[in-house]
Design a protein around this ligand. Structure first.
Ligand SMILES: C[S@@+](CC[C@H](N)C(=O)[O-])C[C@H]1O[C@@H](n2cnc3c(N)ncnc32)[C@H](O)[C@@H]1O
Length: 413
């Protein structure tokens, strides 16, 4: 069993027992497809390349015994390219995908399908060809490969598609197949939000960073919630101050900014904050999606009054989004104090908290809401069950229910 411990505040490595493991797995119905080996960052047309994958939940836990036995997850691929600062479906090249071809020298590699078959590790091969075969490769072309579960009824596992890249397509003669040094391989991974008109937002993840380095289930639910809100009435946030507090990858604030990029007259002032050491990934994701002019980034440590004052100097905050910040009991008073300071300037501030029960005990959970209740009225937000357009791609029955994420709205008393 491979376990990533950085996100488990309540137990340490040698205390992980089956019961605790099961409790952490309870709401893990939305898995992440990740890499188990680096991929080559250069290829040529018509060349098959191997990709090795693993399936984990948001905590980094691999499939438990029974899930592994029942696992059947076939994947397909599509190509994304950057055009005029936007990630789009590629129309000039096509990608083909097949199960890994059996290699006589390696006995464990052939899963029979492209994807995962009775295992938490999976694999496939891909090949890129030009749609117009007479096309000449004059320039270098960078592509991103999105690895998506197919919608076959046999699928028993649901997974958030992975994106890898950029992968450069070169002339056959230029690619040096012998020189497999570090410059030709990568472990860079992204997830994509489907925004509209075949355009995507790419969010880079860095699991080595720990909690700020990945998109948590709560962020997916909150992203969907705000996507729906903006789609139904984009003027509701016009010129308002929006804070994505402890933004991690920045996916929520950046998604909002991307939606307003097409609708500049309603643009709110969007700020993403986190611990100083966590900001670099937000800067990277902002740059990938060319959203520098639409967002602000700054450090904000919970319980640090001068960080809050520095933020408020730039303008009042009307909406706070705090996704998956309730997990460390020692930080609860500082976190709630921060929300209180931020609400001092605007009395009708809206605060949205995304929370998913994982390792936190009931008593600690209650303690957090008791501290909140001293200053705020806490409401559970009803979430619409009938949904069709998922930003993480269709093929999900209900992201809201399956992730076990609750969204709370806090109203100052
Ligand atoms: C579980 S992650 C959630 C990230 C992101 N909001 C999401 O849902 O994907 C928790 C976030 O809280 C941040 N955090 C932890 N302690 C903090 C503190 N004392 N002050 C500010 N942010 C903190 C982490 O850096 C991390 O980005």
């Amino acid at each position: 069993m491979t376990v990533c411990y950085e996100s488990m505040p309540r137990k340490i490595e040698n205390e992980i027992d089956d019961e605790y493991y099961d409790s952490l797995q309870k709401y893990s119905t939305l898995y992440r497809i990740l890499l188990s080996r680096p991929y080559l960052t250069e290829t040529t047309f018509s060349k098959w390349n191997r990709i090795d994958l693993k399936l984990v939940n948001e905590l980094g836990l691999t499939l438990a015994h029974l899930q592994k036995k029942n696992c059947w997850l076939e994947i397909d691929c599509r190509l994304l390219v950057e055009k005029n600062g936007e990630f789009k479906l590629c129309t000039e090249y096509q990608i083909h995908c097949r199960p890994l071809q059996h290699d006589a020298w390696e006995f464990n590699t052939n899963s029979g399908i492209a994807g995962f078959h009775h295992d938490t590790e999976g694999d496939f091969e891909y090949m890129i060809t030009a749609v117009d075969e007479g096309m000449l490769l004059n320039d270098k072309h960078d592509c991103y490969i999105q690895i998506i579960p197919t919608c076959k009824s046999k699928q028993l596992i649901q997974a958030f598609p992975l994106v890898i890249g950029p992968i450069m397509i070169k002339e056959q003669s230029i690619v040096n197949t012998w020189n497999q040094d570090d410059t030709l391989v990568s472990l860079d991974i992204f997830h994509a939000y489907y925004v509209e008109n075949d355009s995507f937002m790419l969010i880079k993840e860095n699991w080595e960073l720990g909690t700020p380095g990945k998109v948590w289930d709560s962020a997916l639910v909150i992203s969907q919630l705000f996507f729906d809100k903006i789609k139904s009435d984009s003027s509701q946030f016009k010129h308002r101050g929006i804070l994505d507090l402890s933004a991690g990858t920045g996916c929520v604030g950046l998604l909002m900014a991307l939606l307003y990029k097409q609708d500049k007259s309603n643009l709110p002032r969007i700020t993403m904050t986190d611990l100083p050491e966590a900001l670099d990934l937000i800067y990277q994701n902002r740059a990938y999606n060319r959203l520098e002019s639409y967002t602000h980034v700054q450090p904000l440590r919970w319980g640090n009054r001068s960080d809050v004052q520095r933020l408020l100097k730039k303008g009042p905050i009307h909406t706070i989004i705090a996704s998956d910040v309730i997990y460390e009991p020692a930080s609860f008073p500082k976190l709630v104090k921060t929300l209180e300071w931020l609400s001092e300037a605007v009395k009708d501030i809206d605060i949205f908290l995304g929370y998913k029960r994982r390792g936190l005990g009931r008593e600690d959970e209650q303690r957090f809401f008791d501290i909140c209740a001293e200053k705020f009225i806490v409401n559970v937000l009803p979430i619409e069950a009938n949904h069709k357009d998922w930003i993480i791609g269709n093929g999900f029955s209900n992201m809201f229910e399956e992730t076990g994420v609750n969204v709370y709205q806090l109203v100052p008393k």
